[in-house]
Design a protein around this ligand. Structure first.
Ligand code: OAD
Length: 249
């Protein structure tokens, strides 16, 4: 069998599929990625808006930045890449299999596309957490009427329920990710630069446990040499093609 035939056979034969997604899958929905030209991150932005110290120093300024991102995500819709993953999950459900998404994104677009099994490794822009009492609440209103928002229970300052630099990932999310990497037949990474740990290590964990691995990304990444197959191009084009091969158009 050649490269393409082996990939097609693997896609068709896999019943337990893990998928790690990053900012690149939402790029075709019009949302910016973190690194590269026009990326969100530079030293100053990270320090001011994505570290516990930066947020504590000027919460109002940090909230303006998150509100801008929440507004962009609210305006955006799932693209064919998100929709293809939801369709694949539905198809695998019918075959008594599963597909579980581990996403580094906080935009909620997988859920809006219809995906059911989604673990948000870096939290969600649609949940707030009180810095005083720790209470979490869902808040989809945009713009927020009061900025920075205050906890309805104790009046404490609320922060976005996302993971900042220097913070650990939620334990439950890490446990889920480890289980997916342990139990899947196929692990797919989509639109992630593969430089942020521990998310990037899941693909290596899956491969160590005997799963086949596939990368779908616009460009090669540090993960490319370590996966079974690497496909380079826009995920909004590649994923629908792959899922059509598995489940029919
Ligand atoms: P990055 O911005 O680091 O990488 C995005 C990747 O998507 C790049 O490798 C691009 O080549 C690729 N890409 C862009 N457009 C694409 C498209 N249309 N189709 C396929 N791929 C495309 O974003 P992440 O890897 O998600 O963490 O970054 C990981 C984490 O770093 C983020 O969750 C964030 C950041 O610090 C936190 O904020 C905690």
């Amino acid at each position: 069998m050649d490269f393409a035939q082996e990939l097609i056979a693997c896609l068709k034969g896999s019943r337990r599929v893990g998928v790690l997604t990053g900012a690149g899958i939402s790029a075709e929905s019009g949302l910016p990625t973190f690194r590269g030209a026009n990326g969100l991150w530079d030293e100053k932005t990270i320090r001011a808006f994505a570290t516990p110290g930066g947020f504590a120093k000027d919460p109002k300024d940090a909230w303006e930045w998150y509100e801008h991102r929440r507004g962009e995500a609210a305006k955006a819709g799932p693209n064919p890449g998100h929709l293809a993953l939801a369709r694949w999950e539905e198809w695998l459900d019918r075959q008594s299999g599963w597909l579980e998404i581990l996403t580094q994104n906080i935009d909620g677009l997988h859920q809006r596309a219809g995906s059911k099994r989604v673990t948000e490794l870096h939290g969600s822009g649609w949940f707030l957490r009180c810095t005083r009492c720790g209470r979490r609440r869902e808040e989809r209103t945009h713009p927020l009427p009061v900025r920075p928002p205050r906890c309805p229970e104790c009046g404490g300052l609320e922060r976005p329920n996302v993971v900042f630099f220097q913070e650990n990932l939620p334990e439950e999310a890490l446990d889920n990710a480890a289980r997916v990497a342990r139990e899947c037949d196929l692990f797919v990474t989509v639109g992630t630069s593969g430089v942020v740990q521990p998310a990037a290590s899941f693909v290596l964990g899956a491969s160590g446990n005997g799963a086949a691995t596939l990368e779908v990304n616009l460009d090669p990444t540090p993960l490319s040499p370590h996966v079974t197959w690497a496909l380079h191009g826009p995920s909004g084009k590649i994923l629908p093609e792959l899922v059509a091969l598995v489940s029919g158009p």
